[in-house]
Design a protein around this ligand. Structure first.
Ligand code: HEM
Length: 435
């Protein structure tokens, strides 16, 4: 059997970061899959075709999420390993093991009432807006979209408010170059934060995600609890940040979103839908490995070789009609992936992003970008479409401003027992949610 392994196309570096659409157009010339390099020396196949992506994501008999054989082929200091190596969590396991871990995450999130979540987002938003509201300018990535999910998670996982800045600082440090001293310190700080979180909940349970994960009938052992907590925070942070900031960048650069005089003004939800389809926060992921040598959509792939799905390329694929430049199928997209590993927290994540944007634009109603959208810079990396900064200005507001301000919002001491449902008496772990 012969395997065709042409020169891989890099999914990193200035060309890819500046114009990923041009790179995806080039990759489509290889067929439904293209050879790519996700980091120097780390090769993969990337699925760029929408139908092929669905075929892969729904075929667990052929494709595994377990990276253990593949990761042995990489040097131990390979920079993609921290996000791609095996752990006992939902992301890197198949079948019953996956279903058990996933049920813990979906069941725990299902206990958060949407109106309680919306209230928690507003509180997290107000804490952050108070920091820059009087300045009249802010970087909406580093000062808002990046810390917001973490301030929120700190509360949802049941940590006292003063731990929020610690979580923000630890995970912000992780975006430093992998292997650098600050990245290593951040790693250790995050680990310490999670250990203190677990210790706190071991002493006393609360109405929070950590306690529900610990007490779930699936009966996770302490190590498994830690891994589901870490996965949930890590998997939730980056894409939620990107969803908020990519949508804000579209809203602030398009007058249709602010034409308040016309009843047809577009909403935050319109911007979010636009991003999910045309600039998905996770651009390329769903790492899969064939269980045996397979021929897939015209390409031979060896067992345990890394294959990724390009949600971005699949979503923006031209539909073949000469007059259309993209697919014309009513807005279906793969921003949440599909199949058994599709994002289990889609509805809460949508609510979080929408509420975060609405809260910001309601307090700072004349927000505008200080540089045109086409001059914004993006972070390097194969997996995300992430703005590096989003500089904006607005009329400053202060504590004594009339009307509703970030200082007059409800206090941060919530009564979750009054807003979230009691834990149901589930005797069996539930099945994974359909995509
Ligand atoms: C509160 C926020 C979020 C949380 C807690 C969260 C959590 C998770 C978890 C635990 C998984 C692994 C599921 C499994 O393997 O069975 C996952 C997968 C995924 N999530 Fe989310 N997520 C969040 C927000 C988002 C957002 C905003 C997006 C993008 C629009 C997104 C896109 C995805 C995708 C594409 C996958 C599949 C990844 C893969 O299989 O490699 N998620 N998410």
């Amino acid at each position: 059997m012969t395997y065709y392994t042409p020169d891989p196309v890099p999914l990193y570096g200035p060309d890819f970061t500046a114009d990923p659409d041009a790179v995806y157009a080039r990759l489509r010339r290889y067929g439904h899959l293209a050879p790519v390099e996700i980091s120097p020396g780390v090769h993969a196949y990337l699925v760029t075709d929408y139908r092929a992506a669905l075929d892969l994501l729904h075929d667990s008999d052929t494709w595994s999420k377990d990276p253990r054989i593949w990761q042995e082929t990489l040097p131990p200091d390979c920079p993609v390993l921290p996000m791609m190596k095996h752990r006992p969590n939902a992301l890197f396991n198949d079948g019953d093991v996956h279903a058990r871990y996933r049920s813990v995450i979906t069941d725990s999130f299902s206990l958060i009432e949407p109106h309680h979540l919306r209230q928690q987002v507003a509180q997290a938003a107000d804490v952050l807006i108070r920091e820059f509201a009087a300045a009249g300018e802010a970087d909406l990535v580093t000062q808002y979209a990046r810390p917001l999910p973490l301030v929120l998670f700190n509360a949802l996982f049941g940590m006292p408010d003063h731990y929020g800045p610690r979580l923000v600082a630890a995970l912000a440090g992780m975006f430093e170059t992998a292997g650098s001293e600050s990245a290593n310190t951040a790693d250790a700080d995050f680990e310490q934060y999670v250990m203190e979180l677990i210790a706190l909940k071991q002493k006393e349970r609360g109405h929070d995600l950590t306690s529900w994960i610990m007490d779930h009938p699936a009966g996770l052992n302490p190590e498994e609890v830690i891994h589901q907590v870490v996965l949930t925070m890590a998997a939730g942070h980056e894409p939620t940040t990107n969803l908020i900031s990519n949508a804000l960048s579209r809203m602030l650069s398009n007058p249709d979103y602010y034409s308040t005089l016309s009843s047809g003004a577009l909403t935050a939800r319109d911007a979010i839908n636009d991003v999910l389809r045309n600039e998905p926060p996770m651009a390329n992921y769903s790492a899969h490995f064939p269980r045996r040598n397979v021929r897939f959509h015209g390409t031979w792939i060896q067992a345990n070789q890394l294959v990724l799905v390009s949600y971005h390329a699949a979503n923006t694929q031209p539909d073949g009609h000469p007059e259309n430049t993209e697919r014309t199928d009513g807005g279906a997209h793969l921003a949440w992936a599909a199949g058994p590993h599709a994002c289990p927290v889609k509805q809460p994540a949508l609510l979080i992003a929408t509420a975060a944007i609405e809260r910001l634009t309601s307090h700072l109603c004349d927000l505008e970008l200080t540089v045109p959208r086409h001059q914004l810079t993006w972070r390097d990396g194969f997996s995300h479409r992430a703005l590096a900064q989003l500089p904006a200005r607005f009329t400053p507001i202060t504590r004594d401003h009339a009307g509703v301000t970030p200082w007059t919002s409800p206090s941060s001491s919530t009564r979750p027992d009054a807003t979230s449902r009691a834990k149901p008496n589930v005797s069996e772990p539930s099945a994974p949610q359909p995509a």
